[in-house]
Design a protein around this ligand. Structure first.
Ligand code: SF4
Ligand code: SF4
Length: 370
């Protein structure tokens, strides 16, 4: 639904400037910003997607986000809207991320030649209705995911405060392309965790593949979240010939190590050709294995591998003795060797906050759309 936006300023000639993401669009009257979800109406900026969702939500394993060291084994009530601040050539969720909302956020249209005449209905809720549904579902966490949540700023601010009162933890699965002001507002609203996609460690990659100029805002968001006590995990999708050089992977691992710390999980994810297919090849297992080894050599405790079978890449290992703490088969646990007090079952090393929240040792994941 349409709602007056936060974080914008009036400019001359009825233009406005939005400060919700690092695109910082200047928007003429009757036009929308790059994300296509914020519109200048009579010289004022509105979000068109407040409380507009692609469905009422789904129940996902938290590991699917991916978050492996935050409330492991729990369920994340997952919600999404449409739109994105990026135009990634490989986007797996392009049908929603590149969709365009109508002016009251009740429907979206597809931005893809073959789908031009199709419309998608959006489900509208207010923050209280959402909170009630999440509580009723029994999920202990809620994830803003699938499309880019940073452009859903107002909805996240309003809903996360209510969810927090019910003891629900909130998670952003995000491209991290935020502004300092927007990041501060999210921190104040009490966001608990974020998986931030560092898509590549160079500006060139962001220009060529994502349609924005720089990786810097992403790195800054990760640092701000982390230094304010938000649980941060990083994802890096490795695309053949675009961001798969040893040099880039080492640079990324070193940046994570030096700026976020050795205990920050880093998920290397396998690419498969999708949308505009910037590469025709899938990521070879050898590349992922090499990235895993580089992350360990640099000193990171928790490298992971997603979207591919790797003998170690799904497991959490004790940083002290190297024994398995949580062994995963897909999103399920096949072995858990960590005590209620978060001590390693082998060497008694206290993992402490390296794993945040309760561990649900017997996840009974329900994959549900409703
Ligand atoms: S959220 Fe980002 S992309 Fe959307 S209008 Fe604001 S600055 Fe532009
Ligand atoms: S940031 Fe994520 S949702 Fe947005 S276009 Fe890129 S891959 Fe898709």
């Amino acid at each position: 639904m349409k709602k007056i936006a936060r974080l914008w300023e009036k400019l001359d000639n009825n233009k406005v400037q939005c400060h919700v993401c690092a695109n910082e669009c200047t928007i003429n009257e009757d036009k929308v910003g790059i994300c296509r979800t914020r519109k200048n109406i009579d010289g004022e900026l509105y979000t068109l997607i407040y409380g507009s969702m692609i469905s009422q939500g789904s129940l996902d394993p938290i590991e699917k986000k991916p978050l492996y060291n935050f409330w492991p084994g729990h369920t994340a009530y997952s919600i999404a809207s449409i739109g994105c601040s990026f135009r990634c050539l490989h986007c797996q969720n392009w049908s929603i991320s590149q969709a365009i909302p109508d002016d009251d956020g009740k429907e979206g249209s597809y931005d893809f030649e073959d789908y031009k005449n199709r419309r998608m209905s959006l489900v509208e809720m207010n923050p209280k209705e959402l909170t009630k549904k999440v509580v009723k579902s029994g999920a202990k966490t809620l994830a803003y995911t699938y499309n880019e949540p940073l452009i859903w700023h107002e909805w996240i601010i309003d809903t996360s405060k209510l969810l927090q009162k019910e003891g629900i933890k909130t998670i952003l699965v995000t491209n991290g392309f935020s502004t300092p002001q927007a990041t501060e507002e999210l921190i104040e609203a009490g966001i608990d965790a974020a998986n931030i996609d560092i898509k590549g460690i160079t500006d060139e990659f962001y220009k060529k593949v994502c349609g924005v100029n720089s990786v810097k805002p992403v790195l800054d968001t990760a640092k701000r979240f982390k230094s304010n006590g938000i649980h941060v995990e990083i994802t890096n999708l490795i695309i053949p010939d675009l961001n798969d050089s040893e040099k880039d992977i080492k640079k990324l691992c070193t940046w994570v190590m030096n700026n976020l710390g050795e205990g920050t999980p880093l998920h290397f994810s396998a690419y498969h050709p999708d949308y505009k297919m910037p590469s025709r090849e899938r990521t070879p297992l050898k590349t992922l294995d090499n990235a895993y080894k580089i992350a360990k050599e640099v000193g990171l405790f928790f490298p992971y591998i997603g979207n591919a079978r790797h003998h170690k890449g799904g497991n959490t290992y004790c940083p002290n003795c190297g024994e398995i703490l949580i062994e995963r088969q897909g999103y399920r646990f096949s072995k858990v060797q960590i005590t209620e007090d978060k001590e390693c079952g082998n060497c008694s090393y206290n993992i402490g906050e390296l794993i945040t929240g309760e561990i649900n040792k017997k996840p009974s994941h329900r994959f549900n759309f409703f």
